[in-house]
Design a protein around this ligand. Structure first.
Ligand SMILES: Cc1cc2nc3c(=O)[nH]c(=O)nc-3n(C[C@H](O)[C@H](O)[C@H](O)COP(=O)(O)OP(=O)(O)OC[C@H]3O[C@@H](n4cnc5c(N)ncnc54)[C@H](O)[C@@H]3O)c2cc1C
Length: 482
């Protein structure tokens, strides 16, 4: 999705006042009315049809909750002003980064959506860190850092996501086995709390806020700026694509590769075959700059039935699926995704059973399956199973041609599969189309729930932020504050 230049929007009809009686935003201030002038903004608050429609959709095209206004902030002060205004007038606020949620997570029914694409400055790139606005896309950051020979240690598979949106969920990829999530590699955040306080937090300064926000699904604060870790980057990637006849052969080989950490990147896929089944593929990446990796050492003990090896520039590898995703996105297909973290011991049984019914069409083409290590994942809000190893199963479903009933069927399948994963001690990676009630979210957080609730009461007591996640009861029902 394209970057927005806020100047592009300065010609639209801007909101200047809010009528608290009707909850309407007004583009002129009528005389003798109860309307309240909105604070002065560096950017713009708009209510035009196109902006509201865009803010009421996302990558999944399954949930459509219209806000009453969209803020295109021209500064961090604008975010502060609008969040404070929302507190005063009992409005909800959600940030929309790149809108790659699948089930309305970045939407705010009747509230205000903050479009973070206008906060997209890269402030600093040093050898070990970068300071960026939350609306920056990873693609732009990585392109810039690589010119200095550095890059984030972990990347998502797709780089067209915003920094803020990714830090809200965690951010996992093939290098997470070594470095944890992107949230684990975040050094400092500048945030606007749900009450509208601008705060800088880190592991040393306001650590409780820092911990709440990373992986915090937008519940406690708006991230406006982040300092993320950088490491020296290789110039090349050697990618090993290893094929297996059975899914359990794949998971066995992945466990072998994970155990000694031989690859810098380790993932895996269920790839559709001509006979409407799947081939099982391990994807391993080894980085190098001058000296190519030792193929024999990397392949030892993996015993694939097919091998493909290619060398590609490192950036090309990191950005490998960008164009494909843009093409899929243009089709506007319903995307009832399910991403689950399954304990190692339960993985083979769950995926083997799944394969008795899963078709390539149900999986949305490619499904991901790969193991990662628990140890480097330390942010408490990123809920992962106990045990040293767990697998990510990602069904990146897309309903083609669009069909509402079929999408509902797949969401119901997600619900059933999630119940099975939960029963086995697993968790969801919360970027999904699942029917989750506040009670389900309590189960998701388990022993951590009291800390989640405390953080909500402390940082967003009026429950202004990010209603689309559906984690807390409606404001009018106070049962979960007990
Ligand atoms: C094609 C594709 C590939 C993906 N690949 C991966 C992957 O490899 N690894 C992985 O971990 N995830 C992956 N994801 C999931 C992705 O990380 C999450 O959906 C992420 O939240 C999307 O970022 P976004 O900028 O589009 O966020 P949005 O969808 O805009 O927002 C996501 C949530 O974060 C909140 N939010 C956004 N910005 C802020 C902010 N600045 N402050 C506070 N709250 C905010 C929103 O309100 C919303 O609740 C992928 C998604 C897609 C569609």
């Amino acid at each position: 999705m394209a970057q927005l230049d806020r100047r592009t929007f300065l010609a639209g009809a801007a909101v200047v006042a809010f009528d608290p009686v009707t909850s309407r935003w007004l583009t002129s201030l009528p005389e003798n009315s109860a309307a309240i002038q909105i604070p002065r903004l560096d950017g713009e608050l708009v209510t035009d049809e196109e902006s509201l429609t865009e803010a009421a959709t996302d990558y999944g095209h399954l949930a459509h909750h219209r806000p009453r206004a969209v803020l295109r902030p021209g500064s961090v002060d604008d975010v502060v002003a609008v969040v404070r205004f929302a507190n005063e007038h009992r409005l909800t606020v959600a940030v929309r980064g790149q809108g790659h949620s699948t089930f309305g997570q970045a939407q705010a029914d009747g509230g205000v959506v903050i479009d973070s694409r206008t906060l997209a400055t890269i402030h600093e790139i040093a050898p070990d860190r970068a300071v960026v606005d939350a609306g920056v896309q990873w693609l732009d950051l990585i392109r810039a850092t690589l010119t200095d020979g550095v890059a984030p240690p972990v990347s998502t598979d797709y780089l067209g996501l915003s920094v803020g949106g990714t830090l809200c969920v965690g951010g996992i990829g093939g290098a997470s086995q070594h470095f944890g999530t992107i949230a684990d590699n975040t050094l400092e955040l500048e945030v606007v709390t749900g009450e509208g306080h601008l705060v800088t937090c880190s592991a040393d300064h306001q650590p409780d806020l820092f911990e709440a926000v990373l992986g915090g699904l937008g519940q406690f604060a708006v991230i406006v700026r982040a300092t993320v870790r950088l490491v020296p980057a290789p110039s090349m990637a050697r990618i090993y694509t290893l094929t297996y006849p059975l899914i359990t052969d794949l998971t066995a080989a992945q466990r072998t590769a994970l155990a000694d950490g031989r690859f810098g990147y380790l993932e895996g896929q269920l790839v559709p075959t001509d006979d409407d089944g799947f081939a099982f593929v391990l994807e391993g990446g080894a980085w190098f700059t001058t000296q190519p990796p030792d193929d024999d050492a990397l392949l030892a003990g993996l015993d694939p039935s097919g091998i493909d090896v290619v060398d590609v520039p490192y950036f090309e590898w990191l950005n490998r699926i960008y164009e494909t995703v843009e093409q899929i996105e243009a089709l506007r297909l319903p995307g009832p995704w399910l991403n689950a973290f399954i304990p190692d011991a339960a993985t083979d049984e769950i995926v083997t059973d799944l394969l008795t019914t899963l078709t390539p069409a149900d999986a949305g083409g490619v499904a991901l399956l790969y193991p990662t290590s628990r140890a480097p994942i330390t942010r408490p809000q990123v809920m992962v199973p106990d045990g040293p190893v767990f697998f990510l199963l990602a069904l990146l479903r897309a309903v083609s041609p669009p069909n509402g009933a079929e999408a509902e069927r797949l969401i119901a399948e997600n619900d059933a599969l999630y119940a099975r994963v939960l029963a086995a001690g697993g968790t969801q990676y919360p970027v999904n189309a699942l029917h989750l009630s506040p009670a389900d979210w309590r189960i998701h957080y388990g022993d951590r729930w009291p800390a989640v609730l405390r953080a909500k009461l402390r940082y967003d007591p009026r429950r202004v932020l990010t209603p689309g996640q559906g984690i807390f009861e409606d404001l009018s029902r106070a049962s979960d504050t007990a």
